[in-house]
Design a protein around this ligand. Structure first.
Ligand SMILES: Nc1ncnc2c1ncn2[C@@H]1O[C@H](COP(=O)(O)OP(=O)(O)OP(=O)(O)O)[C@@H](O)[C@H]1O
Ligand SMILES: [Mg+2]
Length: 286
C-alpha cells in the first residue's frame, strides 16, 4: 500500500524516458584509509536526467564515494570524468564550482536563520549575496520551481518540519545550478507524507535535467524514484539493478548471498536441460 502510494506520487512521464548525456563517469576508483580499503576499483556512471540509487550495507563505501565526488576525500587511484573531461576536486569548493552539489545527511542548516539566509549560506560566489530583496526573490523562485511547500521564506529553519528542511537543503544545493546533485539519505527519519514530498522533489530535480545520486537504505524509496540501482558491497561494485528487480535479487546483491538470480537461473536451466535429455531418451524408447 505504502509502496503503491509512493510510486503513484512519484511516477512521472520523465521517468527513464529522457536520460541524457553522460555527466559523470568514474573508472577504477579506489580509496584507502591507511590499511583499510574503503573502495576498490569502482566504476560508476550517471547521466543527465537520471536518478541513480547507491545502495549497500553499512560500511559498503557509499559515503566514501560521495565524499570523493564532493571534494572531501581524494581517491587513492582511478579517474573521474565530469561532463567529458578528466577532473580532480582538491576541495569541496572545487566540486561545487565544477557543478557537483552535495546534500549531506546532517543538512548543515542554521536553525536560527531564515530560509533565505540558509539558501544563500556559504555561497560567497553569488553576486546577489548582499542584496536582500534579490536573495528573497531568488529563494522564492527556486522553491516555486520545485513546487516546495514552505510557508514563508522568512521563517526560521528551526520551525520547519524534517521534510521542509530537506527541501531547503536541496534548494540551496541548486543555487549554483549544478549538473549533478548527490543526496545522502534524503528520506532517512522522514514520515510517509514527507518522504513522498521529498521523492517528488527528486523527480522535479531530475526533470530539470540534472543527474541525481541518492544514497538510501530504504528499498521502497529507491524503487519509487530510481532509474537504476547501483550496489556496492565491501567497497566493490556488486551489480546494477532495475528498479523493478525482486527484493530477493536486491538483497542478494547487497549481502552477497549465494542464492541470487544468477545462481537460480543456472539451476533452473540445468533442471530443464536434464528434463529435456530424459524426455528425448523416453521418445527413443517408447
Ligand atoms: N575517514 C576514515 N578513516 C578510516 N576509515 C574510514 C574513513 N571513512 C570511512 N572509513 C571506512 O571505510 C569503509 C566504508 O565506509 P563508508 O562510510 O563509506 O560506508 P557506508 O556505505 O557509507 O556505510 P553506512 O551505510 O553505514 O553509512 C568502512 O569500513 C569505514 O570504516
Ligand atoms: Mg554512509
Amino acid at each position: 500500500m505504502r509502496t503503491h502510494e509512493r510510486q503513484r506520487m512519484t511516477d512521472s512521464p520523465e521517468r527513464s524516458a529522457s536520460v541524457g548525456e553522460l555527466v559523470l563517469s568514474l573508472r577504477g576508483i579506489s580509496k584507502n584509509f591507511g590499511a583499510v580499503s574503503a573502495l576498490t576499483d569502482i566504476d560508476f556512471d550517471v547521466h543527465a536526467g537520471e536518478v541513480v540509487a547507491l545502495v549497500g550495507d553499512n560500511g559498503a563505501g557509499k559515503s566514501t564515494l560521495v565524499k570523493i565526488l564532493a571534494g572531501v576525500h581524494q581517491p587513492s587511484s582511478g579517474t573521474i570524468n565530469f561532463r567529458g573531461k578528466a577532473v580532480t576536486m582538491p576541495d569541496p569548493r572545487a566540486a561545487l564550482t565544477l557543478g557537483i552539489a552535495t546534500v549531506f545527511q546532517d543538512l548543515a542548516l542554521c536553525e536560527n536563520l531564515d530560509v533565505v539566509a540558509n539558501i544563500f549560506l556559504g555561497n560567497e560566489v553569488s553576486p546577489l549575496r548582499l542584496d536582500e530583496v534579490a536573495m528573497e526573490m531568488r529563494a522564492w523562485t527556486l522553491l516555486n520551481e520545485l513546487s516546495a511547500r514552505i510557508p514563508s521564506v522568512r521563517e526560521a529553519v528551526a520551525s520547519l518540519s524534517g521534510g521542509q528542511r530537506q527541501t531547503v537543503a536541496i534548494a540551496r544545493s541548486l543555487l549554483l545550478e549544478p549538473k549533478l546533485i548527490l543526496l545522502d539519505e534524503p528520506t532517512a527519519a522522514l514520515g510517509v507524507a514527507q518522504t513522498a514530498e521529498v521523492l517528488n522533489l527528486i523527480d522535479r530535480v531530475r526533470a530539470r535535467g540534472l543527474g541525481v545520486v541518492m544514497i538510501s537504505h530504504n528499498m521502497e524509496d529507491v524503487r519509487a524514484v530510481a532509474d537504476r540501482i547501483v550496489v556496492l558491497r565491501l567497497g566493490r561494485n556488486n551489480g546494477v539493478l532495475e528498479p523493478d528487480a525482486s527484493n530477493q535479487d536486491l538483497v542478494s546483491a547487497i549481502t552477497g548471498a549465494s542464492n541470487n538470480a544468477v545462481s537460480r537461473r543456472a539451476e533452473r536451466l540445468k533442471v530443464e536441460r536434464d528434463r529435456a535429455d530424459s524426455g528425448q531418451a523416453g521418445e527413443q524408447h517408447p
